[in-house]
Design a protein around this ligand. Structure first.
Ligand code: FPP
Length: 239
């Protein structure tokens, strides 16, 4: 895996809402969790392909804080799947020089999963090719609220202070702003994902279900990004 040199038309931080696992499985008369299992394999392919497109940070929405409302059996299967894959994937992450960290609450996760996350973070801490951030029990609004509470006593906190306070409980090195959000599965919304970091993100929606998403789809999303004129509120070079 050799990363391409960065140019300003490449998205450095890509955030993905991996939607459609359940529907993909149901359409094939399989249990929903079968879709999640295939979804994990897709994560592996995307993580390995991302650096070749110049992506340096990849944030994946694995489980939102609202997902606790799903049937208990689906939730517990997902938690077990996350844990077993985290343990089994670490050698591959190390081979690919990937650093893994998690964002979201950890205190409500099964202990075995919280431990596996901590271990994976420790073992991969020196990865420099890609920073993969797994959002588990994540809610952007809750995270923003926690950051505001943390900064309540700081007078005149800046945007940078606020950015650092986000997710700071577990990761003292904040991620850069999101350049590109990809959502699979046909829905067109952010669903409480990285609301602060996505202030100027480009949004790419595709009907492809996550289990069928592949390196070519990632390339299509990056091509879409490259065609956008990012002005950040100013005027374009063309005026
Ligand atoms: C959304 O599909 C997907 C999820 C809630 C789980 C996504 C998790 C993974 C792909 C695994 C990642 C894990 C690791 C450890 C890398 P959905 O169930 O909402 O699909 P639906 O909208 O069709 O119901």
């Amino acid at each position: 895996m050799s990363p391409r040199p960065y140019t300003d038309t490449q998205p450095m931080h890509v955030a993905i809402i991996m939607d459609g696992n359940g529907r993909w499985a149901t359409q094939r008369a399989m249990p929903r969790v079968a879709g999640h299992r295939v979804g994990v394999e897709v994560v592996r392919k995307v993580v390995e392909h991302a650096p070749t497109l110049g992506i340096t940070t990849l944030t994946l929405y694995a489980f939102s804080s609202d997902n606790w409302r799903r049937p208990a059996t689906e939730v517990s299967t997902l938690m077990r799947l996350f844990r077993s894959r985290l343990v089994s994937e670490v050698p591959r992450l190390l081979d690919n020089n990937v650093r893994l960290t998690a964002i979201g609450r950890r205190d409500r996760l099964p202990l075995a999963l919280a431990d596996a996350l901590g271990e994976a973070e420790e073992k991969t801490a020196r990865g420099t090719t890609l920073h993969m951030r797994l959002a588990i029990d994540y809610s952007a609004r809750d995270e923003i609220l926690r950051a505001a509470q943390r900064l309540a006593s700081v007078s005149e906190a800046t945007r940078e202070d606020f950015g650092r306070a986000l997710g700071g409980e577990y990761d003292s090195r904040p991620a850069p702003d999101v350049d590109l959000v990809i959502r699979t599965g046909g829905e067109r919304r952010l669903s409480d994902f990285l609301l602060w970091e996505c202030a100027y993100a480009e949004l790419y929606f595709t009907d492809v279900m996550w289990p069928e998403f592949g390196p070519k789809d990632l390339e299509s999303a990056v091509e879409y990004f490259q065609k956008r004129d990012r002005r950040f509120g100013a005027l374009s070079a063309a005026g």
